[in-house]
Design a protein around this ligand. Sequence first.
Ligand code: SF4
Length: 283
Amino acid sequence: MKINLAKSAGFCFGVKRALSIAFETLKTAKNIEMLGDLVHNEDVVTMVKEAGIKKIHRLRNGKNKTLLIRAHGTCNTTLANAKKMGYKIIDATCPMVKEIHTIGCDMEKKGYKIIIIGDKKHDEVRGIIGQLKYKPIVISKFKDLKSPAIRHLKKAAIISQSTQELSKVLKMIHSLKHVIPELKFFNTICQPTRSKQREIKKMPTKNDTMIIIGSKTSANTKRLYSISKKLNKKSYWIQSEKDINPRWFYGTKSVGITAGASTPNSTTQNVIAKIKKIELKNI
Ligand code: SF4
């Protein structure tokens, strides 16, 4: 059985950077807190917790404390409140998310209504909304395109969550073009996401079985899985090697493997080792 690992599998640049900032901060600061999880992956969350970074749900007294801003970014109000409460801020927001903030704010200043294509409840989208002066329109599903708020717009600028699927975004823009006279689109899907999506559009057609590794809380892993499943019914979404069912590999000559942006390399390697063991048993 041939094992083909996607070149883009695993940690993206932004997650690697956020982790390295977190561990650098640990060398010099005590009482480090973080609003929510650093990334959407249980193993990474445990590792960060064990290293001494505390997850909090709301800001409290920040005296002698450091607040670590996650790769997804946050809103201006949270930053301002944290500073007021005395927190020292360490910002691990991914530069590609920051770029989305900049574009949104610039276009808003130029008088464009901001439309965000992304998951309404995702922290990254909440962070983008929180950077803007006026309330943007968020489109998560195709049915949101029918919103009355869109019908009367004269000019709008579209930005997207960094991990959205390009083909879905383009379809949405196509339909918005018929409604909004002046429409500007900024493709803010980040480079690592584009590489992952490029690969996942080919791999399921070239491999008998596909394994997609990542947490069930990871939106980008979910997207990789749904693209793969459409192209190859034998696509399986697992969190670790423990989820593997040997029966998936009966008659499989080649297996394609990819992993979400917050999946550690060690998890992927454990999955590969388990698949190799299954193969040996079958010989
Ligand atoms: S998925 Fe893209 S935008 Fe998000 S952290 Fe990774 S590189 Fe940055």
